[in-house]
Design a protein around this ligand. Sequence first.
Ligand code: CP
Length: 308
Amino acid sequence: MKLEKKDILGIQDLSVGEINLILATAESFLEISTREIKKVPTLRGKTVINLFFEASTRTRTSFEIAGKRLSADTINISASTSSVVKGETLIDTARNLEAMNPDVIVIRHSAAGAPRLLASLIRQSIINAGDGAHEHPSQALLDMMTIKEKKGAIAGLKVAIIGDIAHSRVARSNIYGLTKMGASVALAGPATMMPRDIEQMGITVHNKMEEAISNADVVMMLRIQLERQKQNIFPSLREYSQHYCLNRRNIALAKKDAIVMHPGPINRGVEISPDIADDPDRSVILDQVNKGVAVRMALLYLLTGGSQ
Ligand code: CP
């Protein structure tokens, strides 16, 4: 089966069949990263440009590793070392990269909709690596892959997502993906960090995190996105953590075998206590990072015409 799409801009655009195709392809790539020689010739001759206008550790590195493990030529550009600092616009930057004939451009940008704009203007495949507070599709795909591996299936699970929902592209992409795949999603966070009318996305909203966590199979914690907040929307980090930090006491409300997830970077002691983040029985945070390479290999492979 092929992915009949030029671009990956958001989970909202993907059908259940397309999500399953990406996850199955990612599963077939997992093993490559365990080999002594972690490289296959699948994308030899293809070129991938990572164009990052915002900071990243996991996403940028794993797209680079994914491209390299598939033998693609992988080029990284960050805004701070590009001609953007001389005043070049996003569209001019993209048109100049287009002229060099890459096969895929992976873009992270602070403006929601920037990847979609580029996808409409240039002929190469665009992958959204996070656009403002809008979507982070490869993160949600790696999250779903992790959940599927740890729980066997996604349908029928209760997933609690806790924290700064309003500014989180991870939350938005996961809500689209998890509800499409048949999970029920319960959100909790301060009222000032909860988008109005979010219930219309088919989820439940709670003010107290204990209500959302109660009987959950998966607890996904989010970082406070201070860089996207235009004003102080809570009194202090100390007060925030008193109400919305995952710890030994409140995780006990989830199912006994519940897993704990976080997209990273984590703020220890703010949204998650260190002992929970490092709990080998519950935390799958580094498994998520591991799946990120396989998911990004699958996206590069499928967008360049590969089939499963
Ligand atoms: N989860 C995530 O997007 O992490 P980075 O910002 O480090 O890429």
